[in-house]
Design a protein around this ligand. Structure first.
Ligand code: FAD
Length: 249
């Protein structure tokens, strides 16, 4: 059941030149119980007083089997001229914002019997996959699933949460982290780095209707393009789960 609550900023760091990781606590003292993959909405007002809201996927890594988490973490990618962007650029530790949630069904499903997850995201669209890491660890241990995370970014500086995904891949050999850079490669690229768009790198992983469930998150053009690739490979529509980061002005 979504709730309305105040959030107080307790920490932040830049993930990339124009993306900020923000760590909040609920200022009403309650935990936020959510399923990895869900998002919150942030409520604010334009200069003329009009009420507005924007959605942000929850980035928090908590072992949800052990209960609700203490912090509410999101990653905000700055958009030129963006109204919520201005709010997040200026937010200082101790400041409060209004939020509601959790919302959404872009989550791993308990009934899934697939052998492999193809997780595909661009930019802050990898945030839900960060939150899913403890659940993926459990699924790898319990069902021996394979996971391929294809991350689309323009440059190595925009590889958000790269250290978390590389550390998880090192600890879980059945998890492959495949960054795809469209503009610039790192100087000494890891063997799993690819040049180009995620939707073009997909073919190499031979998407298979018998074994795979795919998740697509972030840039709407990427979501549509990857959806077409997966459909052409025979994946049924319910096995291609999508979250488009559209602007809701
Ligand atoms: C379910 C869901 C989850 C989302 N999760 C996240 C998240 O985790 N992190 C995140 O950063 N964003 C996320 N978004 C997008 C976010 O809600 C806002 O749309 C985004 O932050 C821009 O808001 P703004 O008020 O700064 O820009 P606006 O004032 O809405 O827009 C300013 C200008 O920028 C353009 N614009 C808007 N969004 C984009 C964009 N993404 N890229 C390029 N141009 C754009 C607009 O068309 C407009 O011209 C999500 C959206 C949805 C629907």
């Amino acid at each position: 059941m979504p709730a309305h609550f105040p959030l107080r900023l307790i920490g932040s760091r830049m993930l990339a030149p124009t993306a900020r990781h923000l760590v909040f606590e609920r200022d009403d003292g309650e935990p936020l119980d959510f399923i990895p993959g869900q998002f919150v909405q942030v409520h604010f007002h334009y200069a003329d007083g009009t009420a507005a809201k924007r959605s942000y996927s929850l980035a928090t890594i908590h072992d949800h089997a052990l209960g609700a988490g203490e912090t509410v973490e999101i990653a905000v990618s700055y958009v030129t001229g963006g109204r919520a962007t201005a709010l997040f650029e200026n937010l200082q530790e101790g400041d409060r914002i209004e939020a509601s949630g959790p919302y959404g069904r872009f989550c791993l499903m308990p009934g899934d019997a697939n052998a492999r997850y193809l997780l595909i995201g661009t930019g802050t669209g990898v945030t839900p996959y960060r939150a899913m890491l403890p659940e993926l660890a459990r699924l790898i241990a319990e069902r021996n699933i394979e996971v391929v995370l294809l991350f689309g970014a323009r440059t190595p500086q925009e590889l958000l949460y790269g250290e978390d995904f590389y550390a998880f891949a090192a600890a879980h050999p059945r998890f492959r982290f495949v960054p795809c850079f469209s503009r610039e490669l790192p100087p000494d690229p890891h063997a799993d780095v690819r040049r180009g768009y995620v939707q073009d790198a997909l073919a190499e992983f031979a998407p298979n209707a018998e074994t795979d469930i795919a998740y697509l998150c972030g840039n709407p053009n990427m979501v549509d393009a990857a959806f077409e690739v997966l459909k052409s490979r025979g994946l049924p529509v319910p096995h291609v789960r999508r979250e488009k980061y559209v602007s809701n002005k």
